[in-house]
Design a protein around this ligand. Structure first.
Ligand SMILES: *Cc1c(COP(=O)(O)O)cnc(C)c1O
Length: 396
């Protein structure tokens, strides 16, 4: 009897799909030290540059001095403290929803929301390219689970015709590996027409998108009737950790009663909520961060197109360069690293087969000069590797 892990591991190596964890030896930021090497990095999700912001750190320290370090218990026992509550109220205000509920991670928020809302006899319909946590949540729920074509409201409508029971339609807001936006107005229209509910996980939209950082829902001006279940995570543009679900009083009370990943876990450290309250304030009010980020995105896209790189249909800080083959994506990433640039190669199964890519992410903490260095590095490596034969990503 054997699990034969050695064979699984060597097969993964042979397919160029083996994962390694780069060791970060500095705080997040454009300039990092990884595995002993100083690098200019373009791969975190700290889109507004708040993960290492002095005021956020100060709020964290003051929070720890006032409230201690550990959450101490689950929210329903005695772990729901004043900073958690204040953060929920601030997140409700950001989203324009009556209430918000704080979760420990985005993965848990998604598992909690989906499994609390649908079960056996119900239906959950998801975009093919949804984040793994949403797909896992759909499978775990026990509802009939079906995936529609990427961002395709007509494909969704066909599946809605056959849906039974309570039906939840689930989509990323900004797709995490492609950077494109869900066509929420069309998805919401189809969903409402069938009396189903739309759940949007806007992990990558909060902060960069919307006039006040309110994400894709603010960007499109959608109501709670359009998007009854709105999820955000705090580990990306907020620069801290945790997640939330925003929605109606009844939705939030139902999650408090029935969302097992909410109920059966210790609350996050209250000091973390203090830090997030500060980063939320910066996210909403420091518009220059969004403006600077948008200027960098335009600079990057123009430069990359001149080099002849294959970009995706994205105006968000997620700017993947499509490579196709996994070995080639790894090689490209390695060449960049030799030049002092860090851009992660993203491979299957995180993305569909044949659509490995370099996932460039930009942050308000980057300067124009740093983006210029990235473009020069990309041009040099691109000419070393020769032109890519762009494989169409399997988005169908
Ligand atoms: C990162 C991410 C999550 C998970 O959030 P964590 O707080 O990191 O667990 C969920 N959904 C999407 C779309 C994400 O990108």
């Amino acid at each position: 009897m054997s699990f034969d892990l050695a064979a699984r591991l060597s097969a993964r190596r042979a397919e160029n799909l083996y994962r390694q964890r780069p060791l970060l030896e500095s705080p997040q930021g454009p300039q990092v030290v990884v595995d002993g090497q100083p690098l200019l990095a373009f791969c975190n999700n700290d889109y507004l540059g708040l993960a290492n912001h002095p005021q956020v750190i100060e709020a964290w320290q003051a929070g720890a001095a006032r409230w201690g370090v550990g959450g101490g218990a689950s929210h329903l026992v005695i772990g729901h403290s004043t900073p958690h509550h204040a953060l929920e109220e601030a997140l409700a205000d950001l989203t324009g929803r009556p209430r918000a509920l704080l979760f420990t991670t985005g993965y848990m928020a998604n598992l909690g929301a989906v499994t609390a809302l649908v079960g056996q006899g119900d239906t959950v319909l998801e975009d093919r390219l949804n984040h793994a946590s949403l797909l896992d949540a759909g499978l775990l729920s026990g509802a009939r689970f079906n995936r529609y074509l990427h961002n395709d409201a007509a494909s969704l409508a066909k599946r809605l015709e056959k849906a039974t029971g309570n039906t939840l339609v689930v989509t990323d807001g900004v797709f995490s590996m492609d950077g494109d936006l869900a066509d929420l107005p069309a998805l919401a229209r189809e969903t409402r027409a069938k009396g189903a509910w739309l759940m949007v996980d806007d992990a990558h939209g909060f902060g960069p998108l919307g006039a006040h950082g309110g994400g894709i829902v603010e960007h499109f001006g959608l109501s709670q009737e359009d998007v009854p279940v709105l999820v955000g995570t705090l580990g990306k543009a907020f620069g801290t950790a945790g997640a939330f679900v925003a929605g109606s009083e009844e939705l939030i009370e139902s999650l408090v009663q029935f969302a097992r990943p909410y109920i059966y876990t210790t609350s996050q450290p209250p000091a973390l909520a203090c830090a997030t309250l500060k980063s939320l304030e910066l996210l909403r009010t420091e518009h220059w961060r969004r403006e600077h980020l948008n200027a960098l995105i335009r600079q990057f896209r123009q430069g990359a197109e001149q080099i002849g790189l294959t970009l995706m249909d994205s105006f968000t800080p997620i700017q993947p360069i499509l490579i196709g083959d996994s070995a080639r994506a790894l090689r490209f990433s390695q060449l960049l690293r030799e030049r002092g640039l860090m851009v992660t190669a993203i491979r299957p199964p995180t993305v569909p087969a044949g659509s490995a890519r370099l996932r460039v992410t930009l942050s308000a903490a980057h300067t124009e000069a740093q983006v210029q260095l990235l473009l020069e590095g990309l041009a040099a490596c691109f000419s070393l590797l020769g032109p890519v034969e762009p494989l169409e990503p399997n988005h169908a």
